[in-house]
Design a protein. Structure first.
Length: 500
């Protein structure tokens, strides 16, 4: 009841005309920035930090939160329509959303993503209100072996269900892990795969990898086949979800927060892991498994809901522990310190107006984003009617701008092209792209957690399985790996029984 009364007071703060204006500005900026590949919400918040020096702290953080949530909404738009993720959390949306768009169902995919973000954001923010202290306590107790087990689960789960074979899935993952090794060793400072170049010492940014593999690779692949197929405009489709589509999406919308919120609250990769796991879960539970890879709407609804709920979970650990689990949270933490405010267990007591005003503004931002994005779904989908040579020329341009904006180095454009050619080769030989992106995102973090766990146990392998949580996760991994084999044996046994 204390949380509810504090939240009501927070709505009194958030619904003031000035704060509503800043929420609207944040939502619009976030959506626009999310649409541009490579320029994510973290960069937007960082660029706006100097501008907000003269603002009231509550107004500044309401705007930042609007940018954070809006960036996730906008990131899925180009991911679905152009196979160009605006940010890493939108990578999974391209897996099913882009095939839907190519088949003339882009507006439905965008609507499923928008409602999924709304449902996940609302449920996640409600959980933020009621469960923040409890989740924060659980996050503190999770150690390096548990983090490593979670990341191995993400590797195994996604590579097991993507691609025409497991070998191709693991080959793609190995490519991603290799790219993730480029740069300085985080513990020893030793250069790895930099070829003596100081520009590669910081590694290859994951945004460049995602945009290169998805956007550049897709553009080159289309260019290769453009002369063989007539360039026919793709139909927009009807801008609403039918009864059959609603029946297929309402459960993924509700399942997404159950995966996204806990993972957002612990430092295990932000929204990337829960979106990957949500995709795997929906594929396992779906009655339409044959549609996955060809445009299954569940593969858009579940991961997008998980991504939005993960954003709410991220705010739990940042506000209650001062622990940023994503790049956006890290920049927002810097903004708190800029105002002389230190997030942590005492923040709710010392700055109740700011905290509860910020939380209440999240509910308002969700409504604004749904009202803004649902009517725009058919408008965005009309991008697909642009002739493909012009469309993909635009994609290449914005991808290059986004990649250059990441570090401001000309070398980033060369790396973008090389990774784009790698994406083209992966498409040519049937390697799924997503495991490679997972390897780049989670590989360095998994290595760091592995080495920490081994250091704590003096090099003993038992240090990786010395907690109930990690043991449980490895049991789940074993089931995922053994299930197809066991299923095959059962089917062979039944076939022999029928034959006899």
């Amino acid at each position: 009841m204390d949380s509810l009364s504090s939240l009501i007071d927070g709505f009194g703060t958030a619904l003031s005309p000035v704060n509503l204006l800043w929420a609207a500005i944040g939502v619009l900026l976030g959506t626009a920035i999310g649409v541009l590949p490579g320029i994510g919400p973290a960069m937007a918040v960082a660029l706006l930090l100097p501008v907000t020096y003269g603002l009231d702290p509550t107004a500044a953080f309401i705007m930042f939160a609007g940018i954070y949530y809006g960036g996730m909404f906008g990131g899925s738009t180009t991911s679905i329509l152009l196979n160009t993720p605006g940010e890493t959390a939108a990578v999974v949306a391209a897996m099913e959303g882009h095939p839907m768009a190519r088949s003339g169902r882009g507006a439905q995919a965008l609507a499923a993503a928008a409602i999924g973000h709304f449902a996940g954001g609302m449920i996640g923010t409600c959980l933020l209100v009621f469960l923040a202290p409890t989740v924060a306590e659980l996050a503190v107790d999770i150690g390096a072996p548990d983090y490593f087990a979670i990341m191995v689960l993400a590797f195994i789960a996604v590579t097991s269900v993507l691609g025409s074979s497991r070998i191709r899935g693991f080959a793609s993952l190995l490519i991603g892990l290799t790219i993730g090794l480029v740069g300085l060793d985080q513990m020893t400072g030793q250069q790895r795969l930099t070829f003596g170049s100081l520009d590669l010492a910081d590694g290859i940014d994951v945004v460049i990898v995602a945009v290169g593999l998805f956007a550049i690779g897709e553009a080159l692949w289309v260019a290769m086949h453009l002369r063989r197929r007539p360039d026919e405009p793709i139909p927009v489709g009807r801008p609403w979800l039918g009864k059959a589509e609603l029946r297929r999406t309402w459960k993924p919308w509700l399942r997404g927060p159950a995966i996204g919120f806990p993972f957002g609250a612990i430092p295990a990769g932000g929204a990337e892991i829960p979106t990957f796991l949500s995709y795997v879960t929906e594929k396992r539970l779906s009655k339409h498994r044959d549609e996955f890879g060809k445009g299954a709407i569940e593969g858009v609804a579940g991961p997008e809901s998980a991504a939005s709920a993960s954003a709410a979970g991220t705010l739990v650990s940042m506000l209650t522990l001062g622990l940023p689990t994503t790049a956006v949270a890290a920049v927002m933490l810097a903004a708190f310190q800029q105002y002389g405010i230190q997030p942590g267990p005492l923040l709710f007591e010392r700055e109740p107006d700011l905290v509860w005003g910020l939380i209440a503004s999240l509910f308002i931002a969700m409504v604004m984003l749904l009202v803004l994005n649902l009517p725009l779904a058919p408008v965005w989908a009309k991008l697909l009617r642009v002739p493909r040579p012009y469309l993909y020329a635009g994609i290449l341009f914005f991808a290059a701008v986004g990649a250059y904006a990441v570090g401001g180095e000309p070398l980033d454009l060369v790396i973008l092209l090389i990774i784009g050619l790698l994406g083209l080769l992966m498409r040519r030989y049937g390697l799924p792209v997503l495991p490679a992106v997972i390897g780049v995102i989670l590989g360095p973090a998994a290595e760091q957690q592995l080495r920490r766990a081994l250091q704590i146990s003096d090099g003993s392998i038992s240090g990786l399985v010395n907690t109930p949580f990690s043991v449980t996760v490895y049991v789940v991994i074993a089931l995922i790996l053994c299930w197809p084999l066991a299923k095959g044996l059962v089917l062979r046994g039944r076939a022999k029984t029928k034959a006899s």
